[in-house]
Design a protein around this ligand. Structure first.
Ligand code: SIN
Ligand code: FE2
Length: 208
C-alpha cells in the first residue's frame, strides 16, 4: 500500500492498492450479501426527478438516499422499509486505520456504476459534522476521479482509481468538490459483468 498526497489540499490522500485481489473478492462477497438484503435502488434528483446514472444501496445505521423531496440520511431502505444491513468489519477496520480519531462511521453508501455512468462534481455535505473524513473504496473497473477545491469553480485535476484503491477526503479536503468522469470498460475482472462499485463511509451525526 502506497499513500500518495494529491493536489494542494491537506487531508486528501490516495491509498493505492489498499485491498489486494483476495481482499477485494472477500469484500465483494460481503457487498453481494448486503445487496441481496437491501437491493440496489434507482435514486432520482430532487425537484426534477431525473434518475442518477448510478444505482445505490447502503449499509450501516443510516443510509444516504435521494428522491424528489431531497437528499437525506435515513435508517431504512426506501423500497423495502427494512433497516440497512450492518457495515462489514473489513470496512470498520479500514476506517479505524485511516480515521483513528474519528467516531465510527454510520453510513456506507454503495454506488454501482455501469459503463457509461458518471457522478457530477459535488461536495459531500449532507452530514451534520465534517470533522470525520469521507473514506471511499473502489472495486471493479477503473474510473477517472476528478477532485477540485472548496469552490465549484476552483481548478480540478483527475486521476485513475483502480480496484482496491482507497481515497480519504479529510481535514481541509473534507468538503472538496469531487466526481467521477467515467468508467473505463474492461479494466478489471473482479465483477463478472463489468462495471464499478464504490463504497463511501461517512460519519453523519456528532459523536455521542
Ligand atoms: C461519490 O462521491 O459519491 C462517489 C465517488 C466514487 O465513486 O469514487
Ligand atoms: Fe461524494
Amino acid at each position: 500500500m502506497q499513500k500518495i498526497k494529491i493536489g494542494g489540499l491537506a487531508g486528501l490522500s490516495y491509498l493505492s492498492g489498499y485491498f489486494d485481489r483476495d481482499g477485494q473478492e472477500a469484500l465483494l462477497e460481503q457487498i453481494r450479501t448486503i445487496v441481496s438484503e437491501a437491493p440496489l435502488f434507482q435514486p432520482v434528483m430532487p425537484k426534477t426527478g431525473k434518475p442518477f446514472s448510478v444505482k445505490m444501496s447502503n449499509c450501516g445505521p443510516l443510509g444516504w438516499v435521494s428522491d424528489i423531496n431531497g437528499y437525506r440520511y435515513q435508517p431504512t431502505h426506501p423500497e423495502t422499509g427494512k433497516p440497512w444491513p450492518e457495515i462489514p468489519d473489513t470496512l470498520l477496520d479500514l476506517w479505524c486505520e485511516v480515521a483513528p480519531d474519528a467516531p465510527k462511521p454510520e453510513a456506507c453508501l454503495i454506488n454501482f456504476y455501469e459503463t457509461g455512468a458518471r457522478m457530477g462534481l459535488h461536495q459531500d455535505r449532507d452530514e451534520q459534522m465534517f470533522e470525520a473524513p469521507v473514506v471511499s473504496v473502489s472495486l471493479g473497473d477503473s474510473a477517472t476521479f476528478r477532485v477540485g477545491g472548496l469552490k465549484r469553480k476552483d481548478p480540478t485535476s483527475s486521476f485513475r482509481l483502480l480496484s482496491g484503491d482507497v481515497v480519504v477526503l479529510g481535514g481541509e479536503a473534507r468538503l472538496a468538490f469531487h466526481g467521477i468522469d467515467r468508467i473505463l470498460k474492461d479494466t478489471s475482472t473482479l465483477l463478472k459483468n463489468g462495471g464499478r462499485i464504490n463504497l463511501t463511509l461517512r460519519r453523519v451525526t456528532p459523536a455521542d
